[in-house]
Each structure stands twice: as C-alpha cells, then as structure tokens.
Design a protein around this ligand. Structure first.
Ligand SMILES: NC(=O)c1ccc[n+]([C@@H]2O[C@H](COP(=O)([O-])OP(=O)(O)OC[C@H]3O[C@@H](n4cnc5c(N)ncnc54)[C@H](O)[C@@H]3O)[C@@H](O)[C@H]2O)c1
Length: 251
C-alpha cells in the first residue's frame, strides 16, 4: 500500500481543478478526480498520468450515491484519503424574474450541497488520516454583478459551511476555503475556446496586483493549505483576487 497522500478534487477535468491536480501530483501526491465531462476527463487522465497516479470518476455531483461510491472506491484503491478539494461549479446567470426554481436548485446542488455531501462521506477517512477539506468559493460570495443570485448564494453558503465544518470536525480535520477573483483558465482548458477576446492591458492594470489571476495562484494556495505544518489554519477564507475586493471604485 502506498504511503503517498491521496487527494480527491472535484471538477478537475479542466481549469483550476486540473491545475491543482497537476501541482499535487508534482508534489508526490496521488489524486482522484471527479467530473461530469466524459471525454475531457479521459484526456485529462492521460495527460496527468505522466505526473503520477490518477483515479477518475465520471458522474454528476448532484447525485449522492455517485459521491458516496466514488469516495469509498478511491479510499479503498488508494488505501487512504487525505483531503477533498471541492472545486466543481456551475452557474445560471439570468434576471431573477426569469430564473426557474429548477435552475436555482441545480446551482445550489452542484456548488453547495455537493460540498456538504463530499464532507459527509469523506469524514471517516479524513479523521483517520487527520486530513483536510478545501472548498473553492469565489469573491462573488462577497460582492456581485447583476443577475448572479444562484451562483453568489451558493458561494456565500460555501463560506458559512466552511466555518461550520471546521468547528464540527476539528481538531482531526481542518476545513478552509479559497475565494478566487478573476482567474484566466484558458491555459488549462483542452483547447482555447474560440471567440473569446484576448485580455487587454486594462484587464490587468485594474487589479492592485497588476494582473489577472492564473490557476496556479489558486493551486499554490491549495498546496500551502494541505501542508501538515500549516495545521494551525482552519475555518479560514483566503481571498485570492489580486486585491480587487479591497479596491474602492466610486467615481
Ligand atoms: N475562473 C474564475 O475566474 C473563477 C473565479 C472565482 C471562482 N471560481 C471557482 O473556481 C472553481 C473552478 O473554476 P473554473 O473556472 O476552473 O471552472 P470550469 O468551469 O473550467 O471547471 C469546472 C469543472 O466542474 C465540472 N462540473 C460542473 N458541474 C459538475 C457536476 N454536476 N458534476 C461533476 N462535475 C461538474 C465541469 O465539467 C468542469 O470541468 C469553481 O468553483 C469556480 O466557481 C473561478
């Protein structure tokens, strides 16, 4: 049985989740990745397997049985489970008068309820490994553009779920949250989506840090939070947004 740590990452077929998976593999961990996209998940598995051991689970995070079975299978195959990174998300952005209850419920289910369910089913393994949970929220938990009620509410819920879990599961299991700002994920997509504009100098310069974020900015924070020597950190939310939520824009 391997003594390498094993981390489950949801929504890791592309984007930030895939970048986190690659960084953890480069740091001698094993990863289990969940995603709903069959072909992309298969391609990502092939790509990431060059870096280390990868277990894949194709399914819908709206399905509790799928979540329970994936976690049990990963813990059995890997012989341990050290962390869960809840990264998958979906959005339906439209005026509230047009937002259907089913759409609201689906966003809350994938973005928030799945964080509860992965925690629920992973806790026995995480207690054994003295592991941790990292939830990926968003600066939209703290501030908004119009017509983003479902996504913003789901991300705000993740902040509260994070501190609630940290209090319930400590001291064996630490639970933290990362809230990204604008992260340009195109380098971590399968193919650069057509019709998407290049970033402009203004996109970068509006950030106090002088640039738009990269998936590596989030992956580095996740790696930091997984380090056993950082075990004084729990119940916290880390905003990684180049300073945007600290900037007043009154004109
Ligand atoms: N990119 C940004 O600017 C940004 C900003 C703030 C927060 N975030 C958060 O970071 C995380 C990753 O963002 P990203 O830009 O890489 O997203 P992305 O859309 O590129 O990747 C999300 C992944 O989740 C998967 N997924 C969605 N619904 C699923 C379901 N029901 N079951 C299983 N898998 C499912 C998708 O297939 C996809 O591979 C998300 O939680 C997002 O809300 C991103």
């Amino acid at each position: 049985m391997s003594d390498k740590r094993c981390v489950l990452i949801t929504g890791a077929a592309q984007g930030i989740g895939k970048c986190i998976a690659a960084l953890l593999l480069k740091n001698s961990m094993r990863v289990g990745i969940i995603d709903i996209q069959r072909e992309k998940l298969a391609r990502t598995k092939t790509e990431l397997s060059a870096l280390g051991e990868v277990f894949v689970y194709r399914g819908d995070l709206g399905d509790e049985d799928f979540i329970r079975q994936s976690i049990a299978d990963l813990a059995e195959k890997a012989g341990r489970l050290d962390a869960v990174i809840n990264n998958a998300a979906t959005a339906v952005n439209k005026p509230i008068t047009e937002l259907e209850s089913e759409e609201w419920n689906r966003v809350l289910s994938v973005n928030l309820t799945a964080c509860f369910l992965t925690a629920k089913h992973a806790v026995p393994y995480l207690k054994k490994s003295r592991g941790s949970i990292i939830n990926i929220a968003s600066t939209r938990a703290l501030m908004s553009e119009p017509d983003t009620e479902a996504y913003s509410a789901s991300k705000g819920g993740i902040l509260a779920l994070t501190h609630a879990l940290a209090i319930s599961l400590g001291p064996e299991v630490r639970v933290n949250c990362i809230s990204p700002g604008w992260i340009d994920t195109r380098e971590w997509q399968d193919a650069k989506p057509s019709g998407i504009d290049e970033l402009t100098p203004e996109d970068h310069s509006q950030h106090p840090a002088g640039r738009v974020g990269k998936p590596e900015d989030i992956a580095n924070m996740a790696l930091f939070l997984l380090k056993p020597e950082n075990d004084f950190i729990t119940g916290a939310n880390f905003v990684i947004d180049g300073g945007m939520t600290r900037k007043m824009i009154y004109e």
